[in-house]
Design a protein. Structure first.
Length: 308
């Protein structure tokens, strides 16, 4: 099988990934494919930094805002969509430029994913009802009887993971711990990945995170959260956990001042960026590393192009 190129651009929030992706796509006849788990939701384009029409600069972008905010989009669902878009881009003789800060998405795209099927809606509903009626510790005790390995590594109060493990067992009759021992499945076995990561110093990243949040506030971030609040979505949904959303909701609900909410949002953004940077530094094998935030650099574009 002839391998076909995919460029991966990864790095922490506020590091300049989106601009670099546009510049690479422009230089290489490419299409930008979103790999950010918050940018798949459409209702917070400012807070999740979905590239605007001006920022896209006429370059095609895909997989932005593809899941409703009422949905808990999974990495498996994103992988299916991403594989389809990448093959479409290849069919048009263009270069897929995958860009994002979600390590789980990028790792699964490059290295494959465990072949765990999604639970049917009836099973998910059954587990959710049991959780509401009995509580998560009771479900954890039940998990202990069918999958002790998974139960032992989970907190009895880890709602999301305990429910997921039970869903998998009820759906398949196979413990989640057994699924994780099975070989990884590649969604794109025909792909050859050219990977670039941005790893700026935290001092530079901290300043950019703070400045960017101020720009988000000026661009209408509070109005975004006000509209999201009006949708009455469960706080457990990913869209409700986007950076800045819980903090600004606290302000709208009268639980803290706007100044406090903005300060906390900046702090949490910096902390998240630091975790992202650490993950990409230690976990993602890379062809090209940029050690400062991207603000335009022809040598980086050239370095990517020569590997295609």
């Amino acid at each position: 099988m002839a391998l076909r190129k995919v460029v991966i651009i990864a790095g922490p929030t506020a590091s300049g990934k989106s601009q670099l992706a546009v510049d690479v796509a422009r230089a290489c006849r490419g299409v930008v494919v979103n790999a950010d788990s918050m940018q798949v939701y459409p209702d917070t384009p400012v807070l999740s930094a979905i590239p605007s029409a001006a920022e896209r600069g006429g370059i095609e972008h895909c997989l932005y805002g593809v899941f409703p905010s009422s949905k808990n989009g999974t990495v498996v669902e994103w992988l299916m969509l991403a594989a389809g878009e990448i093959r479409r881009i290849w069919s048009e003789d263009k270069l897929p430029v995958v860009c994002g800060g979600t390590g789980l998405y990028i790792d699964n795209l490059i290295n494959g994913t465990t072949p765990i099927p999604e639970a049917e809606p009836e099973i998910r509903h059954k587990v959710a009802e049991a959780a509401a009626a009995e509580g998560i510790p009771a479900l954890h005790a039940r998990l202990l009887t069918v999958d002790a390995v998974t139960a032992d590594r989970l907190s009895p109060n880890d709602s999301t993971r305990v429910k997921r493990a039970l869903e998998v067992f009820y759906q398949t009759g196979v413990p989640l711990s057994v699924w994780y021992r099975r070989p990884m499945v590649q969604k794109l076995p025909e792909a050859e990945f050219v990977t670039l990561k941005i790893l700026p110093p935290m001092t530079e990243l901290d300043e950019r995170c703070a400045r960017r949040f101020d720009k988000m506030m000026a661009a209408g971030a509070l109005d975004e959260v006000r509209r999201l609040k009006a949708m009455n979505l469960p706080a457990s949904l990913p869209a409700m956990k986007a950076l800045g959303v819980p903090e600004l909701l606290d302000f709208l609900n009268g639980n803290r001042s706007l100044e406090e909410a903005v300060g906390l949002a900046k702090l949490h953004t910096r902390q998240y960026a630091k975790r992202q940077r650490t993950w990409f530094k230690n976990k993602l094998a890379t062809d090209v590393v940029l050690n400062v935030c991207y603000q335009g650099a022809e040598n980086i574009i050239f370095d990517v192009k020569k590997r295609l």
